[in-house]
Write a protein that binds this ligand. Sequence first.
Ligand code: SF4
Ligand code: SF4
Length: 147
Amino acid sequence: MRAEDKPFWEIKSLAEMSFDEWEALCDRCGQCCLHKAENESTGDVFYTIIACRLLDLEQCCCSDYEHRMEQVDECLKITPVGFKRMNLLPESCAYRRLSEGKPLEWWHPLISKDPETVHQADISVLGKVISEENIHPDDFETYITDQ
Ligand code: SF4
Ligand code: SF4
């Protein structure tokens, strides 16, 4: 395949992508919208099954994406400008995979051309998590999962 025929994510770095290209990389898995704990010594990150209050659990997407950064202090604010915390993202996340030199997986909507495959491949959090509104913050760590 000629270089100019390759898809943008194979020829551009994350920093070179347009806003629309950057947004298209998100597979809408919702994993980054879960509360997590980080071991600051080792950098290990542990996910809980507790979702940010703004995650729409039925649609598996942010219910106020445009204002997410003002609404939620803990939102990772994943933008092309200066996002460096790739270790906080799941290994399946397109931003993390591309930053590690890995290709997109078959289920990624840009590959499959189907937004449902991220759910069919069991990558998304759809149907697996609970809202933070139902859990006391002191109890979040008891909901850590190894999934
Ligand atoms: S983990 Fe990555 S791909 Fe999944 S919703 Fe978050 S930013 Fe998008
Ligand atoms: S505010 Fe951020 S963490 Fe919360 S649902 Fe929206 S994108 Fe996810």
